[in-house]
Design a protein around this ligand. Structure first.
Ligand SMILES: [Zn+2]
Length: 280
C-alpha cells in the first residue's frame, strides 16, 4: 500500500504543475546484472596490476595510461551491452508515459538502460555521462561521438585492445585519444556534459522526489535533495540499505523512507499514478 501522504503530494503536483522526479543510481541496474564498480566490485586486475575504481576512473590516470583506462571501460561497456532493462526500468518508462511533462528522471547510471527501455531523451538527465558516447580526451571540441562500431563488445579479451580498435579510439578531428563520456572521480559536474544547471532548476520545481537505489555519495544528488526540501517538496527514499538520504530524511515531516525493493514499489506507484491522471 502506498502511503496516503505520497498520494496527496502526487495530486498536489499534478494540480500545481510541479515535477514528479526520480533520482536513481546503481541499485536500479543491479537487477540487470550490472555491478556497481565500487566497493568490493570495484577492483580491476590488468596484467600484474590491481586498481581500485576510484584510481583508474580518473582523468589523471587517463593522462598517464589511456590504454589501461580504456581496457577497463571496454570491459564495462561489454557488460552493459548485454544487459537488458529490468522491471524497474520498464516501470519508469510507463510512469513517464502517464505523467508526460510532469516527469523527470535524474540518473547516475551510464549503462544505456533508460534508453533501451524507452525513456525520452528530453526528460532523462544522465548526470554521470553515457556509455553510448565518447569525446575528445584533449577537448579539441565539446562534441560527443557515438561509441565506435569497430570495437568488439561481444567476446572481449579484457587484456587486449587490437590495433584497429585503438585506431577507432582516436579523435576524428585532432587524432588524440578519445575518452569515455563519463564523469570521472576527479572531475566536476557541469551543464554541457552532465546537465548540472538543468537538474538544479528541475529540483526547484519538484513537488515530490523519489530516490531509488542510490547511496547519494556525490554532491549533485545531495544538492537536488536539499533544493526539493528548501522549496517545500517531499522526498521518498526507496532503498533496502541505509544511505545518505535515510539520514537526511530522518525526523523530517516531508521525508519518507521505504525499505522495499524498487520494482514492487514502482508497480504500486504506477497504479496510483494511473488513477490520478485518469481523474484529471
Ligand atoms: Zn580532438
Amino acid at each position: 500500500m502506498i502511503d496516503d501522504r505520497i498520494i496527496e503530494q502526487l495530486k498536489f503536483c499534478l494540480e500545481k504543475d510541479k515535477k514528479i522526479s526520480f533520482l536513481v543510481g546503481a541499485g536500479l541496474s543491479a537487477e540487470s546484472g550490472i555491478p556497481t564498480f565500487r566497493g568490493k566490485d570495484g577492483y580491476w586486475v590488468s596484467g600484474s596490476k590491481n586498481y581500485k575504481a576510484e584510481d583508474i576512473g580518473t582523468f589523471r590516470m587517463f593522462n598517464l595510461a589511456s590504454q589501461e583506462v580504456w581496457k577497463w571501460f571496454l570491459y564495462r561497456k561489454s557488460v552493459t551491452e548485454k544487459a537488458k532493462p529490468n522491471q524497474s526500468h520498464i516501470l519508469l518508462k510507463e510512469i513517464e508515459d502517464n505523467l508526460e511533462n510532469n516527469f523527470a528522471l535524474i540518473s547516475q547510471n551510464v549503462d544505456s538502460l533508460h534508453r533501451k527501455s524507452g525513456n525520452s531523451e528530453e526528460r532523462t538527465f544522465l548526470i554521470h555521462g553515457d556509455f553510448d558516447f565518447v569525446r575528445c580526451g584533449d577537448e579539441c571540441s565539446k562534441e560527443l561521438y557515438p561509441f565506435p562500431k569497430e570495437i568488439n563488445l561481444t567476446d572481449r579479451n579484457k587484456d587486449i585492445i587490437t590495433e584497429s580498435e585503438w585506431k577507432a579510439l582516436r579523435c576524428p578531428k585532432c587524432g588524440e585519444d578519445l575518452r569515455p563520456h563519463v564523469l570521472w572521480f576527479d572531475e566536476y559536474y557541469d551543464e554541457k556534459y552532465f546537465k548540472r544547471d538543468s537538474v538544479l532548476k528541475i529540483s526547484k520545481h519538484t513537488g515530490i522526489l523519489f530516490v531509488i537505489g542510490t547511496s547519494g555519495a556525490t554532491t549533485l544528488p545531495q544538492m537536488v535533495a536539499r533544493n526539493v526540501f528548501a522549496k517545500g517538496g517531499m522526498i521518498v527514499e526507496v532503498n533496502i540499505e541505509e544511505s545518505y538520504f535515510s539520514e537526511l530524511l530522518k525526523n523530517k515531516k516531508k521525508g519518507i523512507v521505504i525499505n522495499q525493493k524498487s520494482s514492487p514499489f514502482l508497480t504500486e506507484l504506477n497504479e496510483e499514478i494511473k488513477k490520478l491522471v485518469v481523474i484529471e
